[in-house]
Design a protein around this ligand. Structure first.
Ligand code: EPZ
Length: 421
C-alpha cells in the first residue's frame, strides 16, 4: 500500500497542464463498443479507471493499443457480445456504460453491478427506466449481476425523474441504433455529456441537443471508426484552482476550457481570488484575504459536487462562517471526520456542512475515503502545519494523473511512500 506524505506550508507557483476529463473518457471508451471499427481516442488520462476499462475491453475481445502519442486505439470489430464474466465492473462506477453500449450494439449485455466512490446509495433506476422504455428487459440476480436484453429497441420519449449524468449517457448509448427517434427529457447538461455526444456523432450517430435538457437521438443503421480528442478535465483543473487559493499561490492552469470552469471561477472570485482568463488557460492568484462564501452543489452549470470536498477544505481555514449544501450526492461529507482530526471546526450531516473557519489545520494521519475526498485531504495537507500522511490513496490514483508530480512542479512538498506492510 502507498501513502502520500506532505509537508505543509508551500505556496503553489508555476504552471500545471490539465489532462483529459476522466468522466468523459470513461464514457467514450466503452462507447467505442458500439462501433465495429477502429477508434483513436486522444487526450485519454493515464489513470486507473482508464486502465481498468482497457482490461475490460480486451477481455471482451477488443483490440486495445496505446499509440506512441499516448492515444488509445480501440478496435471492437471482433467483439461479439458484452457479457463481462469477471468482477472488473465492480472496480468503478462507469462500468455501467457497458450496459448501454452492449445493449445498443448487441441487444444484450451483462455485468456485475458497478462499484465506485462510496458517496451514498447511488441507484441506477433511471438507467433501467430508460433501457426498459426502449424495449429492453432488465433483471438483477441475487448475486448482483445485471442482465439487459431486447429483441429490438424502438425510440421513445424518456423523462428522467432525477438529473443523472450516468443515465443520460447510458440511454444515449443504448438508443444509437434504436428504430426512430429517442427523446431524453430532463437530461443532464455536463460538458462530458456533450463530449460523449460529439464522439458518437463523429462515428456517424445522430444526437442533437446535448448540453441542453432535451436530447434527441435519431437511430442510425451503422457507425464508423473515428479519431476523437477528449475534453480537458474540469474537475482536475478545479482541484488545482482551489489548491492555489488555499495555499495563497499564483498559478497558471493550462489546456483547459475556461467556460467549463465558470461555476468554480465565480465562487473563487467572490472569495477574493484574482483570476485572469486566456484562450485555453487561466491564471489564479492570491491578492488579499479571502472571505468565506456559501456553496450549494447542483447539476451543471451549478457548482460541481466533485469539487465540494476541496472547497470545504479551503473554507475551513477562512475567517468566518460558511455553509456547504450537497445538492447532488446523497452522502458526501464522510471525509469531514478526517478534517476534524486536523483541527477543522465543521458540523455536518449527510447533506450539509456548517463551517467555522480556523486559522490553521494541523498535519495528521488521515485516510482518503474516496477519490475527491483524497484530493481535498491533499489540499488540507498542503496548508496544514507540519506533516500530513494520507492513506488509502488508491482512490486518488483512480482519477488524478501524475498528481504528485504536478503538485511538486508547483512547489508542493509531497511524496509517495510505498508502505512495506
Ligand atoms: C457521475 O456519477 C460522475 N461519475 C460522478 O463523479 C459525479 O459526482 C456525478 O456524475 C455527478 O456529477 C462518472 O461520470 C463516472 P448521477 P453518476 O447519475 O453518473 C441520483 C467523481 O468523483 N440517481 O449524475 O453516478 C444519484 O443517486 C465521480 O469523479 C438516481 O437517483 O451520477 C445522485 O444523487 C464521483 N437514480 C444523483 O442522481 C439513477 O438512476 C446524480 O447522479 C441515477 C442517479
Amino acid at each position: 500500500m502507498s501513502k502520500f506524505v506532505i509537508e505543509g506550508g508551500a505556496k503553489l507557483k508555476g504552471k500545471v497542464n490539465i489532462g483529459g476529463f476522466k468522466n468523459a473518457a470513461v464514457a467514450i471508451i466503452p462507447a467505442t463498443l458500439l462501433c465495429p471499427g477502429k477508434c483513436i481516442i486522444q487526450n485519454v488520462p493515464k489513470i486507473n479507471d482508464v486502465y481498468v476499462f482497457e482490461e475490460i475491453l480486451t477481455e471482451l475481445g477488443a483490440k486495445v493499443d496505446l499509440l506512441e502519442d499516448m492515444s488509445l486505439s480501440i478496435d471492437a470489430s471482433e467483439v461479439n457480445d458484452c457479457y463481462l464474466k469477471n468482477g472488473l465492473s465492480k472496480k468503478m462506477r462507469a462500468s455501467y456504460y457497458l450496459l448501454g453500449a452492449g445493449l445498443g450494439r448487441f441487444k444484450k449485455a451483462s455485468t456485475l453491478l458497478p462499484g465506485g466512490c462510496a458517496i451514498g446509495t447511488r441507484p441506477i433506476d433511471q438507467h433501467i427506466k430508460g433501457f426498459e422504455a426502449l424495449g429492453a428487459t432488465v433483471n438483477i440476480t441475487s448475486e448482483g449481476r445485471i442482465n439487459v436484453q431486447a429483441t429490438k429497441l424502438v425510440g421513445t420519449r424518456i423523462y428522467l425523474d432525477v438529473v443523472s449524468v450516468g443515465a443520460t449517457i447510458n440511454i444515449m448509448l443504448a438508443a444509437i441504433y434504436a428504430e426512430g427517434k429517442t427523446i431524453i427529457e430532463n437530461a443532464a447538461k455536463e460538458p462530458h455529456i456533450v463530449d460523449t455526444a460529439n464522439f458518437l456523432n463523429s462515428m456517424g450517430a445522430d444526437v442533437k441537443g446535448a448540453g441542453t435538457d432535451v436530447i434527441r437521438i435519431n437511430g442510425v443503421k451503422e457507425l464508423k471508426g473515428c479519431t476523437y480528442k477528449v475534453i480537458p478535465d474540469q474537475i482536475e483543473a478545479g482541484t488545482y484552482m482551489i489548491a492555489a487559493a488555499a495555499t495563497k499561490g499564483d498559478i497558471i492552469i493550462d489546456d483547459i476550457i475556461p467556460k467549463h470552469m465558470e461555476p468554480v471561477t465565480a465562487k473563487l472570485k467572490e472569495m477574493g481570488m484574482g483570476i485572469e482568463e486566456y484562450g485555453d488557460s487561466m491564471r489564479i492568484f492570491y491578492e488579499k484575504d479571502l472571505v468565506p462564501v456559501n456553496i450549494q452543489t447542483l447539476p451543471y452549470p451549478g457548482f460541481p459536487t466533485d469539487l465540494q470536498q476541496p472547497m470545504t477544505v479551503l473554507l475551513s481555514t477562512l475567517k468566518g462562517n460558511s455553509t456547504v449544501v450537497e445538492g447532488v450526492s446523497e452522502d458526501r461529507f464522510r471525509y469531514v471526520e478526517e478534517l476534524l482530526k486536523m483541527g477543522a471546526n465543521i458540523k455536518y450531516s449527510k447533506r450539509q456542512a456548517k463551517i467555522k473557519g480556523i486559522t490553521h489545520l494541523k498535519g495528521s494521519v488521515v485516510q482518503a475515503t474516496d477519490l475527491r475526498a483524497g484530493a481535498a485531504l491533499i489540499i488540507a495537507g498542503l496548508i496544514g502545519d507540519g506533516l500530513t500522511e494520507i492513506t488509502e490513496i488508491q482512490h486518488i490514483d483512480r482519477g488524478y494523473e501524475k498528481l504528485e508530480n504536478k503538485f511538486m512542479n508547483l512547489g508542493a512538498k509531497i511524496k509517495r511512500v510505498i508502505d512495506e506492510e
